[in-house]
Design a protein around this ligand. Structure first.
Ligand code: GLP
Length: 245
């Protein structure tokens, strides 16, 4: 099945639709596994999930979550860490037991062991029911940067200069952005039953075009999603403006 692209006028509509799809999974399977992303793209979705939880429309008590990636090295209580981001923007506002939430450990000495252990935990969880993704301006998903080959499993990466620059907006200076990260591989992401990619703004237009219509190539890691049977992109007009159809 080709990637479905749904185009919206506003970011608010994207977030509502993403929340509808995630809510549907939680309602159908209260002990589901959510694959979560950081960055600005899913923030509206998280706000909406919190709102629905507060209105008692959602119960997260049995839900498990796995995040895509984390900087390395970084402490979990560093405000720039993805663990901190998730706690602040979602976990502390809903009734999910914190031990059900997983973010790769950015402060462990044995980075190889962290990666292997993460894959094991993912496998033991029964697999991700719905995976939320953002996309980097260079077509990266999670921290899978453009490369010679698609990475399979959770692994460590050297961040690209463009990613360090793009993400420096969250740090006091560019020098403070960690140069490495731990990320789920394209193979681990592709195991999710359903994938939802959120893209808004003109800075994402090239990446969305390459992902949907360019060659399937590790030069655009997101293009691998075309091998997955159930991917929906929720985009605004700006992010979708280079698509030919
Ligand atoms: C980071 C994250 C990605 C995210 C991307 C886009 O590099 N590792 O998971 O999708 O940035 O971020 P944003 O949504 O802020 O544009």
């Amino acid at each position: 099945m080709p990637i479905q692209v749904k185009i919206f006028d506003t970011y608010e509509q994207i977030s509502q639709t993403a929340a509808d799809l995630v809510s549907e999974v939680i309602h159908q399977k209260p002990a589901c596994v959510l694959g979560l992303a950081t960055g600005s793209s899913p923030l509206g979705l998280y706000r909406e999930l919190v709102r629905r939880y507060e209105k008692k429309e959602l119960d997260f008590s049995l839900v498990h979550t796995f995040n895509l990636d984390e900087y390395f090295p970084i402490d979990p209580d560093n405000p720039q860490s993805y663990r901190y981001f998730m706690n602040q923007n979602l976990f502390k506002h809903i009734n999910i037991p914190l031990e059900n939430t997983h973010v790769p450990h950015g402060n462990d000495e044995d980075i190889e062991a962290v990666c292997q252990n993460y894959e094991k935990m993912l496998a033991r969880s029964g697999g991700v029911d719905i995976q939320i993704l953002g996309i980097g301006g260079n077509g990266h998903i999670a921290f899978n940067e453009p490369a010679e080959a698609f990475a399979d499993q959770t692994h460590q990466v050297d961040l690209e200069e463009s990613t360090i620059k793009a993400n420096s907006r969250f740090f006091a200076s560019e020098a403070e952005v960690p140069r490495k990260a731990i990320t789920m591989g394209i193979g681990s992401i592709m195991k999710a039953k359903k994938i939802l990619l959120i893209a808004n703004g003109a800075v994402k237009a090239k990446a969305i075009q390459a992902c949907v219509e360019g060659p399937i190539s590790p030069a655009c890691p997101a293009s691998a999603l075309r091998f997955h049977p159930d991917v929906t992109i929720l985009a605004d007009r700006e992010a979708a403006k280079l698509l030919s159809r």
